[in-house]
Structures are given as structure tokens and as C-alpha cells.
Design a binder for this molecule. Structure first.
Ligand SMILES: Cc1cc2nc3c(=O)[nH]c(=O)nc-3n(C[C@H](O)[C@H](O)[C@H](O)COP(=O)(O)O)c2cc1C
Length: 358
């Protein structure tokens, strides 16, 4: 439905409308708000213009102490990009993705609509997992993760140009060492400690950050999770469950290079792996603490035989019995997704691809 506004300086009313293609791209960007992000910073901004959806990094949301290079910010945006692409593919939209069309700036990717396509069954499966997935930091059930599901997760990463390296029990010492190094580095850096504290929220407080009731309880686990409270303690959502992650599997998303384009690919792969796991009724939680500091990242790289660049760690398991963990909040889509309406020419004829579809 066209809406009327005054043309700039002309005094003449000009009609604007949101074309069907813009609406489809907007739906994809809104779905991407549910993507995981480091400390739930949601560091992205979408601009929908005609047949294109432009994904920008919102650098105001970068973690200056924990993520000075912006690597985790770009990984987070990659996860949002994948959520948007899955939504389009599930709905039968054909599209292309151009990463970093302007070089290494804030414009991370452009999705361009290319016309209708057969809806992808695989994408539909992943799309259904979007509203169900959430970070599960509770100790997992003492049941092994089925190998075929892990193989599907591995292939999901491969399909988007990254690798999911699954670790074995012999690697546990290295992963645990990396986690210990990460915790020590974080605790010894006052800037990191206060940044972490600034992004941890009381339940129901704010629309970003990590709510305390989603944070893992302390306790004996083979690989400790990020200590969000920085105290070695913290509120528990699982005080009755104590299986200590004995059957957890750990994975590392690995990329061939270590530049912004590779970080974006890593985020796409992280989302692909997590949504595949959710569709398999498995639970996951990301572990970027393992790679944020050089010391722990080196340990992982050594564990992987020096092949590729560890982009982010992942914990995978069968969810514990009981209610799912509370969901982390999201910022309202209106703050994140900007839609540029198409002007309607004076004769009312369709203008451009988007309006033509209205
Ligand atoms: C790049 C990235 C890094 C993350 N690092 C960690 C981490 O180190 N520890 C952790 O428990 N969760 C981590 N997460 C999970 C986020 O905290 C989580 O996605 C966010 O709080 C939103 O919650 P949700 O996943 O339940 O939607 C990370 C997620 C992303 C995308």
C-alpha cells in the first residue's frame, strides 16, 4: 500500500511503497535478529533497499577489551547473515551473496534477490530451528551425541566454506588447557572483567547482553565454560542437575585464512552448525573465550596440528531433562532493520525491481 509524503523542497506529495521483494528481504533480516552473537551484543544493522539487503557491522557494539580486532563482532554478523539466507532459501527466494563489496569496511555483505526459486527442504529444516535454538550452558545429559548428527554438522560447515573440527577424548586436555588459559587471561585483565560485567544482565533487564539466568553454574566439568560473573561463582539454573558434561563433544570452527572474510565465513558456519544441531534435537553453546586471547588460540591451533585458523569453539551435547534455558532477549527489529521505501513515479507505474513486485 503506497504511503504519501512531501517530496523534498517540492511541496508535491510523493508516494512511497515497500515492494514485495523488499518485504521478503525485510522478513529475512528480522529473522536474523535471533542469531547468536558474542555476549548478545547483536552488533549488526540491516538496510533493505529495493532488491538488496545490506548487512553492516555496528562497531559501536564492539567489545573493545575482549574483542579489539572486531573478530567476534564479524563472526556474530556472519551468523546473522546465515540466518537471513536460510530464511530466504526456505521461503523460495533465489539470491546471491556478495561479501565485503567495498573491501574491508563496515558493509559486510549484500544479499541480492534474483527471483523465485524452489524452496530448499534443508533450509526449511534449519529455518524451523531458528526460534527453537538458544545457548544451553547447563551440563548436558549423560548420553553420547550420535555420530551421524555430528557428521551432518561437519558437512554443514563444509558446505559454507569452513571446517568443523570435532575433538576426541585425547584432545580434552588441550581444550581444558585453552579454557583455563582463557579464564586466567580474562581474570587478570581489569578492562576485560569490567566489560564482561557490563554485558551481564539481571533477568528481564534490557534487550541485549547475557541474562544471569542463562549463565552456567560453576561446578566440575571436563572443560570449564566462560565465567560470566568473574567471581568463580554465580547463580545456577541447574543446581539439581550434576552430570558435569561427561558426554559433551567439542568442536572448533576452523577457517583457511584469518581475515575479515574468513571471520564472516566462520560466523556463517557457526550458525549452520548450530541450527543443524538444533534440528537434530541437540544443544550447543559457543565458546569464543577459547580463541579471544592469543595464548589459548595457540593451544587450539597446536591441537589442530597447525592446520587452519581456529575461529570459535563449540560445545555440543544432548540437552539435560527439564525446561529449556531461558531465552536471551533481542533488540526490537525497528532499531536494527532500516527499510528504504521505493518512490512511486507520478504516473503510478512500477519503478525498479522491488516496486514491480508490489
Ligand atoms: C561469536 C560468538 C561468541 C560467543 N562466545 C560465547 C562464549 O564464549 N561463551 C558462551 O557461553 N557463549 C558464547 N556465545 C553465545 C552468546 O552468548 C549467545 O549467542 C547470546 O547470549 C544470545 O543467546 P542465545 O544464543 O541463547 O540466543 C557466543 C556467540 C557468538 C556468536
Amino acid at each position: 500500500m503506497p504511503s504519501s509524503q512531501r517530496g523534498p523542497g517540492s511541496g508535491t506529495p510523493v508516494a512511497f511503497r515497500i515492494g514485495a521483494v523488499s518485504r521478503e528481504l525485510t522478513r529475512a533480516a528480522v529473522a536474523a535478529v535471533q542469531a547468536p552473537s558474542v555476549l548478545n551484543t547483536q552488533p549488526w544493522h540491516w538496510r533493505i533497499a529495493g532488491d538488496a539487503a545490506l548487512l553492516y557491522a555496528d562497531r559501536r557494539r564492539r567489545l573493545a577489551a575482549l574483542d579489539p580486532s572486531g573478530r567476534m563482532l564479524v563472526v556474530s554478523c556472519g551468523a546473522a547473515l546465515h540466518h537471513a539466507c536460510v530464511t530466504l532459501a526456505a521461503e523460495g527466494a533465489g539470491f546471491t551473496v556478495e561479501p565485503f563489496p567495498e573491501g574491508e569496511g563496515d558493509l559486510l555483505a549484500v544479499i541480492r534477490y534474483r527471483g523465485p526459486a524452489a524452496p530448499s527442504v534443508r533450509a526449511q529444516r534449519l529455518h524451523s530451528a531458528i526460534p527453537v535454538r538458544s545457548s544451553d550452558r547447563r551440563p548436558f545429559a549423560a548420553r553420547p551425541v550420535p555420530e551421524p548428527a555430528l557428521e551432518r554438522m561437519r558437512r554443514a560447515a563444509q558446505r559454507v566454506g569452513a571446517h568443523l573440527q570435532l575433538t576426541w577424548s585425547r584432545d580434552l586436555t588441550d581444550i581444558a588447557t585453552a579454557a583455563g588459559q582463557a579464564t586466567a587471561a580474562m581474570l587478570s585483565d581489569p578492562a576485560c572483567r569490567s566489560e564482561l560485567a557490563a554485558w551481564v544482565r539481571r533477568p528481564g533487564e534490557g534487550d541485549d547482553g547475557v541474562p544471569l539466568d542463562t549463565v552456567a553454574p560453576p561446578g566440575a566439568r571436563p572443560v570449564p565454560l566462560r565465567d560470566f560473573t568473574g567471581t568463580g561463582g554465580g547463580p545456577s539454573i541447574t543446581s539439581e542437575v550434576d552430570v558435569g558434561d561427561r558426554e559433551a563433544r567439542y568442536g572448533v570452527v576452523v577457517t583457511d585464512g584469518d581475515g575479515p572474510n574468513d571471520w564472516l565465513t566462520a560466523g556463517v558456519a557457526l550458525s549452520a552448525v548450530m541450527l543443524t544441531a538444533t534440528a537434530e534435537h541437540l544443544a550447543t553453546s559457543a565458546m569464543s573465550d577459547l580463541v579471544e586471547r592469543e595464548v589459548s588460540r595457540r593451544t587450539l591451533r597446536h591441537m589442530l596440528g597447525g592446520v587452519g585458523y581456529p575461529a570459535i569453539g563449540l560445545r555440543i551435547g544432548v540437552p539435560a531433562a527439564g525446561p529449556a534455558p531461558p531465552r536471551a532477549p533481542r533488540r526490537p527489529a525497528i532499531e536494527i532493520v532500516e527499510v528504504v521505501a521505493d518512490p512511486v513515479p507520478a504516473d503510478g507505474s512500477p519503478s525498479g525491481g522491488a516496486a514491480a513486485d508490489a
